[in-house]
Ligand binder design. Structure first.
Ligand SMILES: [Zn+2]
Length: 65
Protein backbone atom coordinates (compact mmCIF):
# COMPACT_ATOMS: atom_id res chain seq x y z
CA UNK A 1 0.00 0.00 0.00
CA UNK A 2 1.40 3.33 -1.05
CA UNK A 3 -0.11 5.27 1.84
CA UNK A 4 1.43 2.96 4.48
CA UNK A 5 4.87 3.19 2.95
CA UNK A 6 4.66 6.97 2.85
CA UNK A 7 3.53 7.09 6.49
CA UNK A 8 6.52 5.04 7.66
CA UNK A 9 9.04 7.26 5.89
CA UNK A 10 7.48 10.38 7.39
CA UNK A 11 7.56 8.89 10.89
CA UNK A 12 11.26 8.05 10.49
CA UNK A 13 11.97 11.67 9.60
CA UNK A 14 10.11 12.94 12.66
CA UNK A 15 12.01 10.50 14.90
CA UNK A 16 15.32 11.83 13.58
CA UNK A 17 14.31 15.41 14.32
CA UNK A 18 13.06 14.49 17.81
CA UNK A 19 16.39 12.80 18.54
CA UNK A 20 18.31 15.89 17.40
CA UNK A 21 16.15 18.16 19.54
CA UNK A 22 16.54 16.01 22.65
CA UNK A 23 20.28 15.61 22.28
CA UNK A 24 22.87 17.71 24.01
CA UNK A 25 25.55 19.57 22.17
CA UNK A 26 29.03 20.73 23.00
CA UNK A 27 29.17 24.28 24.28
CA UNK A 28 31.34 26.52 22.10
CA UNK A 29 32.53 28.44 25.15
CA UNK A 30 33.13 26.02 28.05
CA UNK A 31 33.46 22.93 25.80
CA UNK A 32 31.16 20.84 27.98
CA UNK A 33 28.36 18.82 26.44
CA UNK A 34 25.70 20.91 28.12
CA UNK A 35 24.02 22.86 25.34
CA UNK A 36 20.29 22.25 25.27
CA UNK A 37 17.59 23.61 23.01
CA UNK A 38 15.38 25.89 25.10
CA UNK A 39 13.20 27.21 22.25
CA UNK A 40 13.09 27.02 18.48
CA UNK A 41 16.57 28.05 17.41
CA UNK A 42 17.63 29.07 20.93
CA UNK A 43 20.33 27.03 22.67
CA UNK A 44 21.54 27.40 26.19
CA UNK A 45 24.47 25.94 28.07
CA UNK A 46 23.51 24.52 31.46
CA UNK A 47 27.03 25.00 32.74
CA UNK A 48 28.16 28.51 31.74
CA UNK A 49 24.69 29.81 30.78
CA UNK A 50 25.79 30.86 27.32
CA UNK A 51 22.75 31.46 25.15
CA UNK A 52 22.95 31.43 21.37
CA UNK A 53 20.54 31.60 18.46
CA UNK A 54 21.15 28.94 15.84
CA UNK A 55 19.48 26.29 13.74
CA UNK A 56 16.06 25.23 15.06
CA UNK A 57 16.91 21.50 15.19
CA UNK A 58 20.62 21.18 15.74
CA UNK A 59 23.52 23.26 16.91
CA UNK A 60 25.92 24.34 14.19
CA UNK A 61 28.04 26.82 16.16
CA UNK A 62 31.33 25.10 16.98
CA UNK A 63 33.26 27.96 18.53
CA UNK A 64 32.83 31.54 19.60
CA UNK A 65 35.31 34.30 20.26
ZN1 LIG B 1 29.05 26.46 28.29
Amino acid sequence: MRTTKYGVSVRKGVDAITKLRAGKYKCPRCKKTAMKRVASGIWKCKRCELEIADNAYNLTVKSIN
